[in-house]
Ligand binder design. Sequence first.
Ligand SMILES: Nc1nc2c(c(=O)[nH]1)N[C@H]1C(S)=C(S)[C@@H](COP(=O)(O)OP(=O)(O)OC[C@H]3O[C@@H](n4cnc5c(=O)[nH]c(N)nc54)[C@H](O)[C@@H]3O)O[C@H]1N2
Ligand SMILES: Nc1nc2c(c(=O)[nH]1)N[C@H]1C(S)=C(S)[C@@H](COP(=O)(O)OP(=O)(O)OC[C@H]3O[C@@H](n4cnc5c(=O)[nH]c(N)nc54)[C@H](O)[C@@H]3O)O[C@H]1N2
Ligand SMILES: [Mo]
Length: 802
Amino acid sequence: MSTTLPSQQAEAFSDVIDTDESFPLDNGHAPVHLIPTEKDGQLKQTPVKTKGTGLSAVVSSFKYAIGEAGLMRGTLPMLQVNQKDGFDCPGCAWPDPDGHRSAFEFCENGAKAIAHESDRRRVTRDFFERYSVSEMSRHSDYWLEQQGRLTEPMVLREGATHYTPISWDDAYALIADELGKLDSPDEACFYTSGKATNEAAFVFQTMVRAFGTNNLPDCSNMCHESSGRAMTRMFGNGKGTVLLEDFKEAELVFVVGQNPGTNHPRQLSALQQSKRAGAKIITVNPLPEAGLMGFMNPQEVGGMLGIATQLTDVFLQVKINGDIALFKGIMKQLVEWDDAEGGGIIDREFVQQHTVELEPLLESLRAASWDEIARRSGISRDQISETATLVREREKIVICWCLGVTQHLNGTQNVQEFLNLLLLRGAIGKPGAGACCVRGHSNVQGDRTMGVWEQPKREFLDRMQAAFGFDPPRHHGYDSQRAAIAMHEGKLKVFVSLGGNFLMAMPDTRYGGEGLQQTELTVRIGTKLNRADLVTGKQSLILPCLGRTESDVRIDADGTKREQISSTENSMGVVQRSTGRFAPASKDLLNETEILCRIAHAIVGDRVGIDWLAWANDYDRIRDAIAKVIPGFEDYNRKVRQDGGFYLPNGPRQRQFPTPQGKAVFTVNPIPREEVGPGEFAMTTVRSHDQFNTTIYGPHDRYRGIYNARQVVMMNEADMVELGLKPQQPVHVTSCFEGNIRRVCGFKVVPYPIPRQCLAMYYPEANPLIPMERTDEFSNCPSFKLTVVTVEAADKRSDGHR
Ligand SMILES: Nc1nc2c(c(=O)[nH]1)N[C@H]1C(S)=C(S)[C@@H](COP(=O)(O)OP(=O)(O)OC[C@H]3O[C@@H](n4cnc5c(=O)[nH]c(N)nc54)[C@H](O)[C@@H]3O)O[C@H]1N2
Ligand SMILES: Nc1nc2c(c(=O)[nH]1)N[C@H]1C(S)=C(S)[C@@H](COP(=O)(O)OP(=O)(O)OC[C@H]3O[C@@H](n4cnc5c(=O)[nH]c(N)nc54)[C@H](O)[C@@H]3O)O[C@H]1N2
Ligand SMILES: [Mo]
């Protein structure tokens, strides 16, 4: 693997990418800017918070709702969130309690997501007449989304400077026409973001396979792909094994590579329950994240008044990508004790009955070097032993994890190392124990269950064939990273996105933009404008859809009103209905499920035995089809109407491991030997408190004490001194991978409690630095959490360019 060159050498390369130039791209329309020309506000830094949530979060949610949407549209929807007859929160995938639900079953995160959807502002045809694509692109993504909800289908014709209105039928015909011109169905690609409901996802993948390709990349490819790989390999099933109730019984909970205070606030209530029942909580993170350190539950009086529960008992401040070394250390300690004491620490009975391949793991642990473990993890031998003591004294162990571990070159192996620990202790398939893979988007897990996957299993395709009588393509398709490369190589002509923002979510923004511009047609189904609508193929369609909070009512021939329901699956395998309650943002919007059925009607028609228009008119028919194809969904229409939904079967939870060996499989995972040389840094990317992925709600990161700016580099104070950098000094950040230099400018450095030689920057602003080719060998997930970079003061640049 290649490493960086010192940044001075960067000048020797002609293709240095500089965000000073704002990456103008041109494909015959007019130049579009990949990086907005707008600048950040006045950066302000306050001390990092030691506790999160509480009244300030509730106030903050309501402030946001009022500001964004006006009180009525803002607060009423919030009271419907996650209620049994309301809609599934469009925020994250954390589950809802089974029994009693508080009237406020939402969090700041969900409140913002809902307010964002309930926005009163509208992007109408006048807006598109006023702003050319080129003009829009000078503004930030924040500005684009602030313009409000999309209201009618729009088209950007070849060579045109402005989007113009198009009817729905003409839009479908345009898609069918472009797809009809392809030499092979594999020249088209169909991306899914994890918000799509089960019904939409099922229609999408059925349409795509009936059309003839498995090119179904999704946001999961950049998110938890590594988790799915690891769990499938070791447990035979790619989903987490714990349920919410397990948190009440757990004795020890690890939270690894996760910032729940911002990204999964309701998880903090579960952790608080564990804590109150006597559990210890161990946090593994290079950053001391506020919500995890202390938590004020906004749903309780004490929390409202600002009384915090201390959540984290042990904070292990690992170096970026130090997790394998750390977990190896914990297991090595356990094995040393087990060897010395003649057993008793490894759960031999469980291991014997339910697992294979223990010996190679034990060998590798015995052989591992303590020195290397401490050096690579950044955690002392003493702290590792203390942690191992907590582990040996407890049997009910839950390990929660998110992107801090999955988005690494060794992301799959990171997860495998946790699973090894759970297996050694028999902490799987019993109450209060197991693997808690904390998913991101609210239905990202459901979309996979519905078959949105570029590598479908044979059995799944066989069932599709049996249900619909067409022969689905058998060769695998492109995942997100391979799709971006294929686009850049000119192999993809049509790119359709079901939601999301492929351009800004992927690594190497310039490369991604160049790829998109090579296509003939890009189509995006979405609720608000984003940059992916500006950096497009020769032609582009924006198809605006209803949000999940909005009602989808049909009026039958006899005048009766019929409410369509949809459904989603949360992070813990519970499938629930979701019913929109609020008036649509525009009369011309359609539900994305209906849009997809109508596209399918235009491109596939009656070539397969599906009446797409009947599906469009009644989602019960789609669910009947799902029931035929997907195990666990039998009798879907009845079960989805039960309050609280239904659980999907999960073998490993019952200690049934459907691997080829029929047992759980231990793995050996080497400590990554990535060298960060002198003067170089390991840079990770994180979300601020005011964003949902590529959607920026505001310029602040309250818990981290960073205000008014996102073009920020968080750096250890000692490193700043060494580089002679002052707080807020402007810097350039440069990465070099396989000879390609990538650089971003106009960033400011801030002192932050992060380990030496580690940096944190915000996603997506840092994405231009991340190489497309650097991915996990098993999951192909981009290495968003570690890019080797150099940092230099803006005024030190050798070419005088600032
Ligand atoms: N409000 C809000 N909620 C969201 C989202 C959002 O953008 N905003 N996004 C949703 C989505 S799609 C997802 S996938 C999830 C993401 O949820 P998270 O995974 O919590 O999101 P990130 O901000 O990427 O945070 C990564 C965490 O890992 C830590 N980390 C970085 N590198 C390492 C490392 O090498 N080792 C360890 N142990 N830790 C590391 C970071 O310090 C940070 O705390 O949240 C979902 N929920
Ligand atoms: N550097 C770096 N890059 C990352 C990550 C990281 O941690 N670091 N995280 C990665 C992860 S985990 C993920 S999941 C991806 C996210 O990648 P995506 O899922 O592609 O991106 P989002 O920002 O979630 O998509 C936002 C857009 O979705 C549309 N939208 C919102 N609601 C709806 C709806 O109900 N229906 C439809 N059809 N559209 C809607 C809106 O138009 C909005 O602009 O980014 C990845 N990229
Ligand atoms: Mo995600």
